[in-house]
Design a protein around this ligand. Structure first.
Ligand code: TYD
Ligand code: MG
Length: 468
């Protein structure tokens, strides 16, 4: 009989300690260590006499190619993020807040595959079959030949799936509800999640089925428990969105078979998730034309140009330490832009609260957004609306110079397509880009040029306000 031992496992990183501790020494998280019972068989291997190894055949790298390793899902926005479809035998983890639409997205993907004549299986550990059917009904997918089950035992699932022709796609919703007999811990604990994921990954590799695992996200945005699972799977996608918005953004966090900078944009409607093939139109659709403090940034997400509005509000502060709040952008990037505005352009915001928001729930990671953010900030401070038909891009260096950014032509073309008339862009590297876009180009070399320009049109001429 296997000896039972108590172990203490960090639910964040999965490291094991011999006793309970308040802080995990491996990852530094507090209150994440939980007691889990494990049979010695699943713990560190006991010393046993080594068994005689089985001889296996080694294969040449230049072996025969199998049939198309990628299977397009039928949802182009999803395929864009995965890098062209589901890879045979690969395992994908989809994370996201509760209610963001993970189940909806995956039942739609499974239905699209089934419609194309492939075998697709959807296993729900959270909802009853009737609930999944009800949702599919609402989505108009009731006719799709997706095979459903409400199951949580990994052994039963693998046994069932191994019967007959292997499916092309299996969705497991969610990995936290799965449990396997091989370990004793409760479902949802790191040990269970890891063992269940391992079993499902093994199934995917041996059968060639693409497996999608749904993972829940904790309040600080990490996929709960399965931090460890992130290392085991081939790709991690994160499904994001802002509470009040209907936009949903699918982003690859890790991808062994494709790029990680592409985003897929969806809109949650009464009929499920609709794909948005031109996100710029969506992000700019509710624009406050002519209000001070808004600037349009011509960005690039992966291979696709995306225009998005950056909103800033600058107001005198009543606090000793003024507030800096950012949604959708890097707060340290904002601090840097504020410091450059202060040091090189005489824009003093030390006694002002500063709020910056990227409209539509998009999260921008490019430094190219610096210039648009600075324009929005100065526009708000000076109460000077920016021209409604202008787009901005450029990276601000600490010296106050504007540095060129990647793919200026694609950015300008997208702006021209959406009816914008002018662009404020870096002076460096403009020659080859400006000619063909058809926009009126203002090329600037330093941030102070743009600041002076905006301030001249404002109703608060003196930018540098100092109090007390
Ligand atoms: P769901 O896919 O259950 O989210 P998750 O699996 O990530 O927890 O999505 C649930 C939300 O989506 C719910 O708040 C209602 C909304 N929704 C729609 O707006 N339209 C629809 O057609 C469907 C199916 C859901
Ligand atoms: Mg769900």
């Amino acid at each position: 009989m296997a000896k039972r031992t108590q172990t203490f496992v960090c639910q964040n990183c999965g490291s094991v300690t011999g006793r309970w501790q308040g802080k995990c020494e491996a990852c530094g998280e507090w209150n994440t260590i939980v007691e889990e019972s494990a049979t010695a068989a699943s713990g560190p291997p006991a010393l046993r006499s080594p068994r005689k190894g089985r001889v296996f055949a080694l294969e040449p790298l230049a072996g025969e190619a199998h049939e198309t390793p990628r299977l397009p899902s039928g949802l182009p926005e999803l395929d864009r993020v995965t890098g062209g479809g589901f890879v045979r035998g690969s395992v994908l983890l989809v994370g996201g807040d509760p209610g963001i639409g993970k189940s909806t997205l995956l039942i739609q993907a499974a239905a699209a595959l089934a419609k194309a004549g492939h075998r697709a299986v959807y296993i729900s550990g959270e909802e009853a079959v009737a609930q999944v059917r009800l949702r599919a009904d609402r989505l108009g997918l009731a006719g799709a030949l997706v095979e459903l089950a409400a199951e949580t035992s990994v052994e039963d699932i693998v046994a069932t799936l191994s019967k007959g022709k292997p499916p092309r796609l299996v969705v497991i919703d969610s990995i936290q509800t799965m449990w396997t007999d091989t370990v004793d811990s409760a479902p949802g604990t790191v040990t269970q999640v890891r063992a269940s994921a391992q079993a499902l990954i093994r199934y995917a590799k041996t059968s060639g089925t693409a497996v999608i695992l749904v993972g829940h996200v904790t309040k600080d945005g990490q996929i709960a428990g399965p931090r460890v699972v992130e290392h085991m799977v081939d790709a991690v996608l994160s499904f994001e969105g802002e509470g009040g918005h209907q936009f949903r953004i699918l982003r690859a966090v890790k991808n062994r078979f494709g790029p990680t900078d592409e985003i897929g944009v969806f809109e949650m409607t009464g009929l499920g998730l609709q794909e948005v093939s031109n996100p710029s139109e969506l992000f700019l659709s509710e624009r406050d034309l002519g209000a001070p403090g808004t600037a349009v940034f011509a960005g690039i997400e992966g291979t696709r140009p995306v225009l998005v509005e950056i909103q800033a509000l600058v107001a005198p502060s009543s606090l000793g330490t003024p507030r800096r709040a950012v949604v959708g952008w890097d707060p340290s990037r904002l601090s840097m832009v504020l410091a450059v505005l202060d040091a090189h352009c005489g824009v003093r915001l030390g006694s002002h609260d500063v709020y910056l928001n990227v409209a539509g729930g998009l999260r921008i990671q490019e430094p190219a957004a610096d210039l648009a953010a600075a324009a929005a900030l100065v526009s708000s401070l000076a109460n000077a609306p920016l021209p409604a038909d202008a787009v901005y891009f450029g990276e601000i260096s600490l010296s106050g110079a504007i540095r060129p950014v990647a793919q200026p032509t694609a950015r300008l073309k997208e702006a021209a397509k959406l009816g914008f008339g002018r662009a404020i862009i870096p002076e460096a590297g403009r020659a080859d880009t400006a000619a063909e876009s058809g926009l009126a180009i203002t090329a600037i070399a330093g941030l102070s040029t743009m600041v002076a320009d905006i301030a001249a049109r404002g109703t608060r001429p003196r930018l540098a306000e100092t109090r007390g």
